[in-house]
Design a protein around this ligand. Sequence first.
Ligand code: PMP
Length: 281
Amino acid sequence: VIGYFNGRWVDPAEPCVPLDERGHQFGDGVYEVIRAYGGRPFLLDWHVERLFQSMEALSIRPPFHPDECQSLIHELLQRSGESEAAIYLQVTRGSAVRNHLFPESSVKANVSGTVRPVPAGQAPHAPGRLLLLPDERWFNPWIKSLNLLPNVLAKQTAHDAGADEALLVRDGCMIEAASSNVWFVLHGELVTAPADRYILAGITRRFVLDLARDLGIPVREAKLPRDRLAEVDAIFLTGTLTEVYPVGSVVEHPDIPCEPVSAERPRVVPVSPSDVREVWT
Ligand code: PMP
Protein backbone atom coordinates (compact mmCIF):
# COMPACT_ATOMS: atom_id res chain seq x y z
CA VAL A 1 0.00 0.00 0.00
CA ILE A 2 1.47 3.35 -0.99
CA GLY A 3 0.37 6.93 -0.56
CA TYR A 4 1.02 10.16 -2.43
CA PHE A 5 0.58 13.81 -1.42
CA ASN A 6 1.61 16.74 -3.64
CA GLY A 7 4.67 15.08 -5.13
CA ARG A 8 5.73 13.13 -2.03
CA TRP A 9 5.49 9.39 -1.49
CA VAL A 10 4.03 8.78 1.93
CA ASP A 11 2.74 6.06 4.22
CA PRO A 12 -1.09 6.37 3.96
CA ALA A 13 -1.39 5.62 7.69
CA GLU A 14 0.90 8.53 8.68
CA PRO A 15 -0.40 12.12 9.04
CA CYS A 16 0.64 14.42 6.20
CA VAL A 17 -2.38 16.56 5.22
CA PRO A 18 -2.48 20.04 6.83
CA LEU A 19 -5.39 20.61 9.26
CA ASP A 20 -6.35 23.72 7.29
CA GLU A 21 -7.10 21.75 4.17
CA ARG A 22 -10.35 22.20 2.27
CA GLY A 23 -10.96 18.57 1.48
CA HIS A 24 -10.53 17.75 5.13
CA GLN A 25 -12.65 20.65 6.47
CA PHE A 26 -15.34 21.15 3.81
CA GLY A 27 -15.21 18.04 1.63
CA ASP A 28 -14.23 20.62 -1.01
CA GLY A 29 -12.73 18.28 -3.55
CA VAL A 30 -13.26 15.50 -6.04
CA TYR A 31 -11.92 12.01 -6.57
CA GLU A 32 -11.72 8.95 -8.78
CA VAL A 33 -11.27 5.26 -8.06
CA ILE A 34 -9.61 3.35 -10.87
CA ARG A 35 -9.23 -0.42 -11.07
CA ALA A 36 -6.00 -1.87 -12.45
CA TYR A 37 -6.17 -5.32 -14.04
CA GLY A 38 -2.93 -7.08 -14.97
CA GLY A 39 -0.91 -3.95 -14.17
CA ARG A 40 -2.99 -1.69 -16.44
CA PRO A 41 -5.47 0.94 -15.28
CA PHE A 42 -8.85 0.03 -16.81
CA LEU A 43 -10.79 2.71 -18.75
CA LEU A 44 -8.27 5.33 -17.64
CA ASP A 45 -9.22 7.92 -20.30
CA TRP A 46 -12.82 7.93 -19.09
CA HIS A 47 -11.82 8.29 -15.43
CA VAL A 48 -9.52 11.24 -16.18
CA GLU A 49 -12.20 12.84 -18.32
CA ARG A 50 -14.71 12.56 -15.45
CA LEU A 51 -12.20 13.90 -12.91
CA PHE A 52 -11.77 17.02 -15.04
CA GLN A 53 -15.56 17.37 -15.39
CA SER A 54 -15.90 17.17 -11.59
CA MET A 55 -13.18 19.82 -11.09
CA GLU A 56 -14.81 22.10 -13.64
CA ALA A 57 -18.21 21.69 -11.98
CA LEU A 58 -16.73 22.94 -8.68
CA SER A 59 -14.44 25.60 -10.23
CA ILE A 60 -11.32 23.85 -8.92
CA ARG A 61 -8.35 24.86 -11.04
CA PRO A 62 -6.78 21.64 -12.34
CA PRO A 63 -3.28 21.21 -10.89
CA PHE A 64 -2.25 19.18 -13.93
CA HIS A 65 -2.95 18.56 -17.60
CA PRO A 66 -5.01 15.42 -18.35
CA ASP A 67 -1.83 13.77 -19.78
CA GLU A 68 0.07 14.54 -16.56
CA CYS A 69 -2.81 13.12 -14.57
CA GLN A 70 -2.62 9.90 -16.57
CA SER A 71 1.16 9.74 -16.04
CA LEU A 72 0.69 10.24 -12.31
CA ILE A 73 -1.80 7.37 -12.17
CA HIS A 74 0.61 5.12 -14.08
CA GLU A 75 3.42 6.14 -11.74
CA LEU A 76 1.31 5.48 -8.63
CA LEU A 77 0.54 2.00 -9.89
CA GLN A 78 4.12 1.29 -10.91
CA ARG A 79 5.53 2.44 -7.55
CA SER A 80 3.03 0.29 -5.69
CA GLY A 81 4.31 -2.80 -7.47
CA GLU A 82 0.72 -4.09 -7.61
CA SER A 83 -0.97 -5.39 -10.74
CA GLU A 84 -4.47 -6.03 -9.36
CA ALA A 85 -5.18 -2.78 -7.57
CA ALA A 86 -7.55 0.01 -6.62
CA ILE A 87 -6.06 3.43 -7.32
CA TYR A 88 -7.64 6.32 -5.38
CA LEU A 89 -6.89 9.83 -6.65
CA GLN A 90 -8.18 12.97 -4.92
CA VAL A 91 -7.97 16.66 -5.84
CA THR A 92 -9.06 19.32 -3.35
CA ARG A 93 -9.27 23.12 -3.57
CA GLY A 94 -6.10 23.37 -1.50
CA SER A 95 -4.81 24.38 1.92
CA ALA A 96 -5.86 27.72 3.41
CA VAL A 97 -7.10 29.13 6.73
CA ARG A 98 -10.65 27.88 7.19
CA ASN A 99 -13.12 30.15 5.40
CA HIS A 100 -16.09 29.16 3.27
CA LEU A 101 -15.04 31.52 0.47
CA PHE A 102 -12.62 30.15 -2.12
CA PRO A 103 -8.98 30.94 -1.21
CA GLU A 104 -6.87 33.36 -3.27
CA SER A 105 -5.91 32.17 -6.70
CA SER A 106 -2.31 31.58 -5.55
CA VAL A 107 -3.53 28.60 -3.49
CA LYS A 108 -2.96 25.46 -5.51
CA ALA A 109 -5.13 22.36 -5.51
CA ASN A 110 -3.85 19.44 -3.43
CA VAL A 111 -3.39 16.09 -5.13
CA SER A 112 -3.29 12.90 -3.12
CA GLY A 113 -3.70 9.23 -3.78
CA THR A 114 -3.32 5.67 -2.58
CA VAL A 115 -2.90 2.30 -4.23
CA ARG A 116 -4.20 -0.83 -2.55
CA PRO A 117 -4.08 -4.40 -3.78
CA VAL A 118 -7.31 -6.10 -4.81
CA PRO A 119 -7.28 -9.92 -4.65
CA ALA A 120 -7.44 -11.22 -8.21
CA GLY A 121 -9.58 -14.00 -9.58
CA GLN A 122 -12.18 -14.02 -6.82
CA ALA A 123 -15.15 -16.36 -7.04
CA PRO A 124 -18.23 -14.86 -8.70
CA HIS A 125 -20.23 -12.73 -6.30
CA ALA A 126 -23.03 -14.44 -4.43
CA PRO A 127 -26.31 -12.70 -5.27
CA GLY A 128 -26.55 -9.55 -3.19
CA ARG A 129 -29.35 -8.06 -1.14
CA LEU A 130 -30.48 -4.43 -1.46
CA LEU A 131 -32.29 -2.28 1.11
CA LEU A 132 -34.67 0.34 -0.30
CA LEU A 133 -33.91 3.75 1.24
CA PRO A 134 -34.81 7.35 0.46
CA ASP A 135 -32.12 9.17 -1.54
CA GLU A 136 -31.07 11.91 0.88
CA ARG A 137 -28.22 13.29 -1.24
CA TRP A 138 -28.03 16.83 -2.59
CA PHE A 139 -29.05 17.94 -6.08
CA ASN A 140 -25.69 17.23 -7.73
CA PRO A 141 -24.74 13.60 -7.23
CA TRP A 142 -23.40 13.71 -10.82
CA ILE A 143 -20.30 15.46 -9.42
CA LYS A 144 -17.90 12.92 -7.93
CA SER A 145 -17.27 15.08 -4.85
CA LEU A 146 -15.80 14.05 -1.51
CA ASN A 147 -19.12 14.69 0.24
CA LEU A 148 -20.28 11.13 0.76
CA LEU A 149 -22.06 11.37 4.11
CA PRO A 150 -25.54 10.39 2.80
CA ASN A 151 -23.91 7.50 0.91
CA VAL A 152 -22.01 6.43 4.03
CA LEU A 153 -25.17 6.50 6.17
CA ALA A 154 -27.21 4.60 3.56
CA LYS A 155 -24.54 1.95 3.16
CA GLN A 156 -24.24 1.48 6.92
CA THR A 157 -28.04 1.22 7.32
CA ALA A 158 -28.09 -1.40 4.54
CA HIS A 159 -25.31 -3.29 6.28
CA ASP A 160 -27.09 -3.15 9.66
CA ALA A 161 -30.19 -4.57 7.92
CA GLY A 162 -28.19 -7.51 6.61
CA ALA A 163 -28.09 -6.10 3.07
CA ASP A 164 -25.09 -5.46 0.83
CA GLU A 165 -26.12 -2.16 -0.69
CA ALA A 166 -28.76 0.56 -0.44
CA LEU A 167 -31.16 1.04 -3.34
CA LEU A 168 -31.88 4.75 -3.36
CA VAL A 169 -35.33 6.10 -4.22
CA ARG A 170 -35.82 9.68 -5.37
CA ASP A 171 -39.15 11.04 -6.62
CA GLY A 172 -40.58 7.53 -6.47
CA CYS A 173 -37.89 5.97 -8.68
CA MET A 174 -35.03 3.58 -7.93
CA ILE A 175 -32.17 5.51 -9.49
CA GLU A 176 -28.87 4.41 -7.97
CA ALA A 177 -27.18 2.55 -5.12
CA ALA A 178 -24.96 4.04 -2.40
CA SER A 179 -21.71 3.30 -4.25
CA SER A 180 -22.79 1.71 -7.52
CA ASN A 181 -25.22 2.11 -10.40
CA VAL A 182 -28.29 -0.09 -10.64
CA TRP A 183 -29.73 -1.96 -13.62
CA PHE A 184 -33.04 -3.76 -14.08
CA VAL A 185 -34.06 -6.40 -16.60
CA LEU A 186 -37.65 -5.59 -17.48
CA HIS A 187 -39.69 -7.16 -20.30
CA GLY A 188 -36.53 -8.13 -22.21
CA GLU A 189 -34.89 -4.73 -21.88
CA LEU A 190 -32.03 -3.46 -19.74
CA VAL A 191 -33.16 -0.39 -17.84
CA THR A 192 -30.89 2.03 -15.95
CA ALA A 193 -31.48 5.60 -14.82
CA PRO A 194 -30.43 8.34 -17.26
CA ALA A 195 -27.19 10.17 -16.49
CA ASP A 196 -28.87 13.39 -15.40
CA ARG A 197 -27.82 15.47 -12.38
CA TYR A 198 -29.28 13.01 -9.87
CA ILE A 199 -26.86 10.11 -10.40
CA LEU A 200 -23.17 9.60 -10.90
CA ALA A 201 -22.54 8.60 -14.50
CA GLY A 202 -20.52 5.52 -13.63
CA ILE A 203 -17.59 4.53 -15.80
CA THR A 204 -18.67 0.89 -15.51
CA ARG A 205 -22.23 1.94 -16.41
CA ARG A 206 -20.85 3.58 -19.57
CA PHE A 207 -18.84 0.44 -20.37
CA VAL A 208 -21.85 -1.86 -19.86
CA LEU A 209 -24.04 0.44 -21.98
CA ASP A 210 -21.51 0.14 -24.81
CA LEU A 211 -21.30 -3.63 -24.39
CA ALA A 212 -25.07 -4.03 -24.45
CA ARG A 213 -25.37 -1.89 -27.59
CA ASP A 214 -22.57 -3.88 -29.29
CA LEU A 215 -24.32 -7.12 -28.39
CA GLY A 216 -27.69 -5.89 -29.62
CA ILE A 217 -29.27 -6.09 -26.17
CA PRO A 218 -32.11 -3.57 -25.93
CA VAL A 219 -31.27 -0.85 -23.38
CA ARG A 220 -33.34 2.02 -22.11
CA GLU A 221 -32.07 4.88 -19.96
CA ALA A 222 -35.15 5.53 -17.87
CA LYS A 223 -36.14 5.90 -14.23
CA LEU A 224 -37.93 2.86 -12.89
CA PRO A 225 -40.69 3.62 -10.37
CA ARG A 226 -40.48 1.75 -7.07
CA ASP A 227 -44.01 0.42 -7.61
CA ARG A 228 -42.92 -1.48 -10.72
CA LEU A 229 -40.40 -3.61 -8.81
CA ALA A 230 -42.72 -6.66 -8.97
CA GLU A 231 -42.40 -6.69 -12.80
CA VAL A 232 -38.60 -6.83 -12.70
CA ASP A 233 -36.93 -10.09 -13.85
CA ALA A 234 -33.36 -9.41 -12.71
CA ILE A 235 -31.27 -6.71 -11.04
CA PHE A 236 -27.54 -6.05 -11.04
CA LEU A 237 -25.15 -3.35 -9.87
CA THR A 238 -22.12 -1.89 -11.62
CA GLY A 239 -19.09 -0.05 -10.28
CA THR A 240 -15.33 0.13 -10.60
CA LEU A 241 -14.72 -2.13 -7.60
CA THR A 242 -18.22 -3.66 -7.56
CA GLU A 243 -17.71 -4.76 -11.20
CA VAL A 244 -20.97 -6.42 -12.32
CA TYR A 245 -22.73 -7.66 -9.21
CA PRO A 246 -25.89 -9.80 -9.35
CA VAL A 247 -28.74 -8.99 -6.96
CA GLY A 248 -30.86 -11.76 -5.47
CA SER A 249 -33.30 -9.86 -3.29
CA VAL A 250 -34.60 -6.44 -2.30
CA VAL A 251 -35.84 -5.66 1.18
CA GLU A 252 -37.50 -2.69 2.85
CA HIS A 253 -37.76 -1.47 6.43
CA PRO A 254 -41.32 -0.73 7.60
CA ASP A 255 -40.19 2.29 9.65
CA ILE A 256 -38.03 3.86 6.93
CA PRO A 257 -40.40 4.90 4.15
CA CYS A 258 -38.78 5.91 0.87
CA GLU A 259 -41.58 8.24 -0.06
CA PRO A 260 -43.03 10.65 0.71
CA VAL A 261 -40.16 12.28 2.58
CA SER A 262 -41.78 14.19 5.42
CA ALA A 263 -40.47 17.52 6.72
CA GLU A 264 -40.28 16.19 10.24
CA ARG A 265 -36.92 15.25 11.67
CA PRO A 266 -36.67 11.52 11.13
CA ARG A 267 -36.68 9.20 14.09
CA VAL A 268 -33.33 7.46 14.44
CA VAL A 269 -34.36 3.85 13.89
CA PRO A 270 -32.05 1.07 15.01
CA VAL A 271 -32.00 -1.39 12.13
CA SER A 272 -31.43 -5.12 12.25
CA PRO A 273 -31.94 -7.94 9.72
CA SER A 274 -35.06 -9.16 11.55
CA ASP A 275 -36.83 -5.81 10.93
CA VAL A 276 -36.82 -5.92 7.14
CA ARG A 277 -39.23 -7.63 4.76
CA GLU A 278 -38.48 -8.98 1.34
CA VAL A 279 -40.17 -7.12 -1.51
CA TRP A 280 -38.43 -8.72 -4.47
CA THR A 281 -36.52 -11.96 -5.16
N1 PMP B 1 -22.65 5.61 -8.03
C1 PMP B 1 -22.00 5.98 -6.92
C2 PMP B 1 -22.71 6.80 -5.90
C3 PMP B 1 -20.66 5.56 -6.73
O1 PMP B 1 -20.00 5.94 -5.63
C4 PMP B 1 -20.04 4.75 -7.71
C5 PMP B 1 -18.64 4.25 -7.49
N2 PMP B 1 -17.70 5.24 -7.78
C6 PMP B 1 -20.77 4.41 -8.85
C7 PMP B 1 -22.07 4.85 -8.98
C8 PMP B 1 -20.15 3.59 -9.94
O2 PMP B 1 -19.29 4.39 -10.70
P1 PMP B 1 -18.00 3.78 -11.41
O3 PMP B 1 -18.50 2.72 -12.33
O4 PMP B 1 -17.41 4.93 -12.13
O5 PMP B 1 -17.11 3.24 -10.34
